[in-house]
Design a protein around this ligand. Structure first.
Ligand SMILES: Cc1ncc(COP(=O)(O)O)c(C=O)c1O
Length: 395
C-alpha cells in the first residue's frame, strides 16, 4: 500500500530528535530544511551573503559609509554579520529596536525616528550610556532642548542629527527651518551635532531607473544645499545619510551624500523586484530573493488547487499584489488567516499534501516582524537559527 500523503517529505527522524538538536543550538548540517515546522521564515545564506557583499563593495567603491537599516531584519546576528563585512553599524527605526541591538552588542546605531516624550528621552539617554556612539534624529527645537536637558542631567553627551523632510514623512523642512535647528543644536552643550538624515522613501520605489534617478536627485538636492548652508554658517555638518535599496546606485553618485542606509537589499522582496533596474529592465534583479516563507501543502480539495498552511498571519499583505512562489507554473491567492490557495497556471497541478513550497514575500520588513526566528539555510540544510530579537519592538 502506498504511504499516506501526509508522510511525504524526506525526514525519517522524530520530532523529539529535531527538537533536541534545535535546543542544543548546534544545528549546522544536522537539520534539513524540510524538517523545520511551517510556516517558517527562511534565509538562503548564499543569496544573503552575496547581497551583502555587493552592497558593501558598492559603498566602498563609491567612497560612502554604509549603515544598513535594521528595521528590515530586526536580528542582532544579521546586524553583526553585516558590520563584520564592512558596514559601520546599523540603523534602527525605533528606540526599542535600538535598545535590543545595543543589548546584543551592536554599535554604530542610528535611530532614524525622533525620540519624543519624557520617558523615551530618559531611555535614549540610558541607551547612550550603553552605546555612546548612537545617533538620535531630531526635527523639532523643543525636542532638541529636551534631549539636551536630559543628557545634561545624566552628565552625558548625545549625538544628534537633523531628520530632514524630503519625502513627505517626518522631518523638518530643508533650508531655513533646518538651518535654524542646526544652529540651535550647535549651541546646546550636551548635544553633539552629527549632520543630516534625509530618507527619500518616495524616490526609492519609483518605477524605472531613470525616473528614480530624477526623483532621488530632486529629493536629495535640498538636503545637500541645507548641509552646505550649515557648513557655510560655521555649523560643522560632516555627515549626510540617505539612500535605500532602490536608490543605492543613484545616491552613491550624488556629491554631498556621505552615507547610505538601505535595508531591503539583504532580503529582496517582490515589491522591489517590480521597480526596474539600471541594467535589468523591468525586473530589478541587483539582489537575490534570499528571504522566503516555507509552507506545507495541507489539503488538496480538487486536482486543480491545493491549500498551504501560510496565510495572512505568515506574511505581510500591505502591497497590492500577492506573494510569489519559488516555483514555475503556479499562482498564489490568500485564503484566510492561516491558509492560501495555490493553483496551476499550466497543466496538471503536481503538488500533493505534505509537499513543501517556498514563497517570496511581497514586503520583507513587516513579514520578518511576524516571526520569532529565522532559519538560515545553505542548500537543503539549516546552518543556523537566529532570533529576531527586536520583533515587535515598535515603541
Ligand atoms: C529612514 C529609513 N532609511 C532607510 C530605509 C531603507 O529602505 P529600503 O528598505 O527601501 O532599502 C527605510 C525604509 O523604510 C527608512 O525608513
Amino acid at each position: 500500500m502506498a504511504a499516506p500523503a501526509v508522510l511525504r517529505g524526506a525526514t525519517t527522524r522524530s520530532w523529539a530528535e529535531i527538537e533536541k538538536i534545535m535546543a542544543s543550538g548546534n544545528v549546522k548540517g544536522r537539520i534539513a530544511k524540510d524538517e523545520v515546522p511551517t510556516p517558517a521564515l527562511m534565509l538562503d545564506l548564499d543569496l544573503f551573503e552575496a547581497n551583502v557583499k555587493k552592497m558593501v563593495a558598492h559603498a566602498k567603491a563609491n567612497n560612502r559609509a554604509l549603515r544598513p537599516h535594521g528595521k528590515t531584519h530586526k536580528c542582532p546576528e544579521i546586524a553583526k554579520y553585516i558590520v563584520k563585512q564592512g558596514a559601520l553599524g546599523a540603523c534602527a527605526a525605533k528606540l526599542s529596536e535600538a535598545e535590543v541591538f545595543a543589548a546584543h552588542g551592536v554599535r554604530g546605531l542610528l535611530v532614524t525616528t525622533a525620540v519624543v516624550g519624557k520617558h523615551k528621552i530618559e531611555r535614549a539617554v540610558r541607551l547612550a550610556g550603553v552605546a555612546p556612539d548612537t545617533i538620535f534624529c531630531v526635527d523639532n527645537a523643543q525636542n532638541a532642548q529636551d534631549l539636551n536637558d536630559a543628557a545634561g542631567a545624566a552628565k552625558r553627551k548625545l549625538w544628534v542629527a537633523i531628520d530632514l523632510c524630503v519625502s513627505g514623512r517626518t522631518g523638518i523642512m530643508p533650508g531655513a527651518p533646518a538651518v535654524a535647528l542646526g544652529e540651535q543644536i550647535a549651541k546646546l552643550g550636551n548635544l553633539r551635532f552629527k549632520g543630516i538624515q534625509a530618507y527619500a522613501g518616495g524616490a526609492s520605489h519609483t518605477k524605472g531607473w531613470e525616473k528614480r534617478k530624477a526623483a532621488s536627485i530632486a529629493a536629495m538636492t535640498p538636503a545637500i544645499e541645507t548641509r552646505a548652508e550649515l557648513n557655510k554658517r560655521g555649523v560643522e555638518t560632516p555627515w549626510l545619510s540617505g539612500g535605500s535599496t532602490g536608490t543605492y546606485n543613484i545616491d552613491s553618485g550624488i556629491d554631498g551624500i556621505t552615507e547610505l542606509q538601505p535595508g531591503s537589499f539583504m532580503f529582496m522582496d517582490t515589491d522591489y523586484n517590480l521597480i526596474g533596474g539600471k541594467e535589468t529592465g523591468e525586473n530589478y534583479a541587483d539582489f537575490g530573493n534570499a528571504l522566503t516563507i516555507q509552507a506545507t501543502v495541507v489539503s488538496r480539495p480538487t486536482d486543480a488547487h491545493v491549500i498551504i498552511d501560510s496565510g495572512y498571519k505568515a506574511m505581510a499583505t500591505d502591497r497590492p499584489f500577492v506573494p510569489l512562489l519559488k516555483m514555475a507554473g503556479v499562482k498564489f491567492a490568500f485564503n484566510g488567516d492561516e491558509h492560501a490557495k495555490v493553483t496551476s497556471t499550466e497543466g496538471a497541478l503536481k503538488l500533493q499534501v505534505g509537499d513543501r513550497v517556498e514563497v517570496i514575500a511581497p514586503h520583507c520588513d513587516p513579514t520578518v516582524n511576524l516571526y520569532d526566528r529565522i532559519y538560515c539555510t545553505r542548500g537543503g540544510q539549516v546552518e543556523a537559527v537566529w532570533a529576531i530579537a527586536a520583533r515587535g519592538m515598535a515603541q
